[in-house]
Design a protein around this ligand. Structure first.
Ligand code: ADE
Length: 250
């Protein structure tokens, strides 16, 4: 099944799934949906079952060595990958045992070419196809979903918002969480008073340097307290970025 967009779309992702009707799903709405409709990106969702080899169209079988559940067959998935993969396309397999999805990986993928994403189901996928077709396993977090589709949508959503022209004025995404290894500072808008709580006075001061310094310091404090792992990595990897708090970025 193909979700249509102009064939000239520069960032054309491919998904292999047993539930192609799940796509584009939420990616057809809001920011990603508008970008899809305008041809900034495109999505081809293919049904793995179409590549089954027998008349029952079976895609899975019992695990070698015994145990519960079913395993996706190597031969069927390999056929599907061979039929739809474009040369040079990164190949991801969504899996809770994969490498964690990071904003760095998202940025890389958004540079293109857009990935081929295999959505796992059942108890797993025959290890041999993962190796033989060079699939990189990627996890969206330390919890188990019932399948890789929602994880694949997460990857696609994170990439699409970085594509040129998708976020408009915010296109650089430079102020947001993770862009500098920091969580995002708190935001406020009108009314000035909400249930007795005021907008921090510095934000109404009009002093842009002071505002930037305040935001920086809030972002650092949040990161230290909520994500000590991110804070430690940041200190390890980017000593130059640790510098004075009142830098010019927000
Ligand atoms: N499939 C099931 N759980 C997953 C997870 N946490 N990340 C990626 N794919 C998955």
């Amino acid at each position: 099944m193909t979700t249509t967009s102009p064939t000239t779309a520069p960032w054309r992702a491919t998904v292999l799934t047993l539930f192609p009707e799940m796509f584009p799903g939420p990616l057809g709405l809001s920011l990603a949906g508008r970008a899809l409709a305008s041809g900034i990106w495109a999505l081809d969702a293919h049904d793995i079952r179409e590549y089954a080899l027998d008349r029952h169209r079976s895609v899975d079988d019992t695990p070698a060595g015994g145990g519960p559940g079913m395993v996706l067959r190597a031969d069927v998935l390999a056929r599907a990958i061979d039929a739809v993969a474009a040369p040079g396309q990164p190949r991801l397999l969504m899996s809770p045992r994969g490498a964690p999805l990071t904003q760095n990986l998202v940025r890389e993928l958004a540079q293109g070419p857009a990935p081929l994403i295999v959505c796992g189901r059942f108890e797993g996928i025959d290890q041999r196809v993962i190796e033989a077709r060079h699939l990189s396993e990627v996890s969206i977090g330390d919890y188990v979903l019932s399948g890789g589709e929602i994880a694949a949508m997460t990857v696609l959503d994170a990439c699409v918002r970085l594509l040129p022209g998708v976020m408009g004025r915010l296109s650089s995404g430079e102020d947001e969480s993770f862009s500098d290894g920091l969580l995002e500072y708190p935001q406020y808008t009108r009314p000035q008073e909400f249930e007795g709580r005021l907008i921090p006075a510095v934000l109404l001061s009009g002093d842009h340097a002071k505002i930037a310094a305040w935001r920086r310091s809030e972002a650092e404090a949040l990161t230290k307290s909520r994500r000590p792992d991110l804070w430690a990595r940041r200190s390890d990897e980017a000593p130059a970025k640790k510098g004075p708090k009142n830098t010019t970025d927000g």
